[in-house]
Structures are given as C-alpha cells and as structure tokens.
Design a protein around this ligand. Structure first.
Ligand SMILES: *Cc1c(COP(=O)(O)O)cnc(C)c1O
Length: 388
C-alpha cells in the first residue's frame, strides 16, 4: 500500500494537498468553524434559497408525509409523486416538452453522454468542461474530440475533419465554473445546424443567474427549440440536490430506458425533491433575486478591476482573481480566512499550472454593506501580497 503514501507525499510537495474542513452553516452565507464565524464567498447558493422559510417548510412537510429515504430506484418503487410535479415544472421553466431528474448533476452528465454517444458516434467537448462531462465522455463508447476553450474556429475545424458514421454531439458548460465565462452558444448552435450535430449545454451555473428570470443560457441567447439537451442541477441556485435534463419527450423516454446512472441508483428522498420544487417556485415568484445577484456581481467585479487586480471571466457571479502560483493562491485564501472570509483557492489540476486563482462567488444573500467590507479586505490583502 506504499503507493498511497507516495501519492499523498507527492501532492504535498506540490502544495496541492487537500483536506476536509467542517463548516456549520449559520445562514445562507455565514458559517461557523472551530469557534469562528465566517462569510462565505465560495458558495453555489447563488440566491440564498437554502434558508428560505418556504423551501425549508416544503422539505419538512414532504418528510412528514412521505418519510425520508425513497426506498427504491425510479423504475422500481422509488418514483414518489413529487418527482412528476418537479419534472413538469422544470420543463415549463426551461421551455421544453419534458424533463428528467437524476440524483446529482454529476450523474446526469455521466449518464446522458454515455447513453447518447454509442459506437460510431463522436462527441465534441470544450476543453474546460466540468469533470462530470469529461467522465461522461470517458464512459461513452464513441470517440471524444476535445476542442480549445470556446474556440469556434477550432470547433468548426474538428467538425469538418472528424469522420463520423453515426451521431455527432457537441457538449459545453453554459457558464464555465472556473472563470465564470459564458459559452458562445449561439455560434455553437449554428455550427451544430451546419454539421447536423446535437447540442447539449450544462447550465449548472447559469440557472438562476442568466436569462429572463434565471432561465439559463438558451433563454439568454434566444435559442428556444434549437438546443436538444439542457442539463442543470438542483444543487446550486435551487438550494437542494439532484441533477436534471430538459428536452423532448423522446429524449427523456430514451434516457429512462438507457441511462445507467438513472436506472441503477436509488431515487432522491421526498424532502430533497420537495425542496428543489419549492426553490424553483420561489425563483419564479421572485425574479428580483436574479437582479440582486447580478447587481452584487457587477459591484464586486468593478471594484476589484478598478483596484488593479486581474479578473477573468464574464458577467456572472463567479469572479476569478488570477494570482499565478498555487502557493500564492493558498496564502491569499489563508489571509482572507484570517479576516473572516472564505474564498476558494483553485489550483492545478483543476486549472493549468501558473493560472492558480482565488474564485469569489457572490450570492443574492450578500447585503451591500458586507460586500463593501469584503472588497476592502481583498484589496488590502492583495496589496500585502504585492499583487497590486
Ligand atoms: C456543479 C456542477 C455539476 C455537478 O452538479 P452536482 O449536482 O453538484 O453533482 C455539473 N456540471 C457543472 C458545470 C457544475 O458546475
């Protein structure tokens, strides 16, 4: 078993060792850890709905009524009535015929891509797609062709030059999780139409964030009916757990019959599904949450750029401060933590060597005063580290 210790030592030598730390949630954006209170600038809880009274109550009522675990996979006895309700609502929200819930976004991507891409098929995947998309491609029986990040000339070239006897599938994150940049979905769709490829977009970071009322990238680009497969998760803006796919009824029927991560795993518990449903209803009833999120992101981004920091990405709540070496990112995260802020240091292998960054995420649950103070602290720490 020496190889285990060898691996851990190697990781430590490269400053890349990771350990679990426990955080007790206090509200949507504050946690307590070892007696200290911290502000989270690292949560996917974009709208703060994890602590909405309506969402918590819906989960509790569902547990009262139906119990905790679901007791079976969807195709056996686990398909409790809350599923259908949520799937119909998701389809309505996404403007598709139907939707299907998986247990996580990770399982959705792995299960969909491996079910769709068979022998003779080719999947074209952006090089910075989420790990779950990469793993779906690895499991698929067809060929995977990786194109350079959001590089449409390169995508056109590989579509043109890759022989394919079966189906083509282009897959991309809608909003990329490391930089918060937005995929050029309008151009991807044009290329897909030219080469008769299916398009799959993963809107894990786009739902609740982009498009009218947070409907995601298809709505943002005005591409209704032209994107075949829209994946998302209930675990980020929607304050629960579970992944989903929205698309045609035929696509959903196919996945129910073919997707192994759907078929061979126990259904989500009633409380989890009810929380996701209540959060979606809340998002639809309160579109001003999406505006507040956008406002918060704009404020922090502009203030940090004005201070001279290198900020990558686009107009999303994900704000990456690029600092270079992994050790610098680690040090900055540590100093921010001492000042009461939790910010993720993103290091290789998650990003390229030399591109380590602090990844800030704002939430609609951050109030203005908190963000003003946050920006001051980040600027002071950056000056101390001679980043500006
Ligand atoms: C978070 C994320 C996932 C995984 O979703 P989970 O529900 O957390 O498993 C998939 N794709 C992208 C782009 C993500 O950011």
């Amino acid at each position: 078993m020496d190889f285990l210790t060898d691996y851990i030592n190697e990781v430590k030598q490269h400053d890349l060792y990771r350990a679990l730390v426990s955080y007790q949630p206090l509200d949507a954006v504050h946690v307590e850890s070892q007696g200290q209170r911290y502000l989270l600038l690292a949560t996917n809880n974009y709208l703060g709905l994890t602590h909405s009274l309506a969402v918590k109550k819906a989960a509790m009522i569902a547990v009262e009524q139906y119990g905790t675990g679901s007791g079976g996979a969807r195709l056996t006895t686990g398909s409790h009535p809350l599923y259908e309700k949520l799937e119909q609502q998701l389809a309505l929200f996404k403007g598709t015929e139907a939707a299907l819930i998986f247990n996580t976004g990770y399982m959705a991507n792995v299960g969909i891509i491996s079910a769709l891409v068979n022998k003779n098929d080719v999947v074209f995947s952006d090089e910075l797609n989420h790990a779950s998309i990469i793993d779906g491609c690895r499991l698929a029986k067809g060929q995977t062709v990786v194109y350079r990040h959001t590089d449409m000339a390169h995508l056109a070239e590989v579509l043109e030059n890759t022989p394919c006897q079966g189906q083509r599938l282009i897959v991309t994150d809608g909003v990329f999780s490391m930089d918060g940049d937005i995929a050029p979905l309008d151009q991807i769709v044009l290329l897909a139409e030219k080469y008769q490829a299916m398009v799959m977009v993963d809107d894990a970071h786009a739902v609740g964030v982009l498009g009218r009322g947070g409907r995601g990238t298809v709505d943002y680009f005005g591409l209704k009916g032209r994107v075949h497969i829209q994946v998302g998760t209930l675990s980020k803006s929607l304050a629960s757990e579970g992944g989903y796919v929205a698309g045609s009824q035929t696509l959903i029927d196919y996945l129910v019959n073919k997707s192994r991560s759907f078929i061979f795993s126990t259904a989500l518990s009633p409380g989890t599904v009810a929380a996701g449903y209540a959060a979606l209803k809340e998002l639809q009833a309160r579109p001003e949450l999406v505006d507040k999120l956008r406002h918060n992101g704009d404020y922090v981004r502009k203030a940090l750029v004005a201070a001279g920091l290198q900020i990558d990405g686009a107009l999303t709540p994900i704000i990456p401060i690029v600092v270079g070496e992994a050790a610098v990112a680690e040090e900055m995260a540590q100093q921010l933590k001492e000042q009461g802020l939790i910010v993720s240091a993103i290091r290789p292998p998650t990003v390229m060597p030399g591109k380590s960054r602090l990844r800030l995420k704002v939430s609609a649950a951050h109030d203005n005063g908190v963000l003003v103070r946050t920006v001051e602290i980040i600027i002071a720490v950056s000056k101390g580290l001679k980043l500006i």
